[in-house]
Design a protein around this ligand. Sequence first.
Ligand SMILES: [Zn+2]
Length: 100
Amino acid sequence: MKLTPSGQSEEAGNVVCDMCGSSTRAGEAGLQYGTLHAAWGNGSAHSGEVYELHLCEGCFFSLVSDIKRNRWASVMLEEEEGDAILKNDAFGRVSPGRVE
Ligand SMILES: [Zn+2]
């Protein structure tokens, strides 16, 4: 039994969302979740600490939206950059995913 860093058990192949508490199982697609991971190195305030949070699809994209809004708020007076952040549907994406 694997324990998530937040202390939740990963029993019987289930992973619970650390944000809403729901299972990340999505029917036949199986477990579908994103992770928020950090491993803080020397010199950081949390040196040596490692974090990993599991997020269901809804909570993951809610968090991405919050990050985009915060980023936008920091540059909102610079209209072009602010609009580009809000319109970027691939914000944070490192793989294009399935091409159909
Ligand atoms: Zn969730």
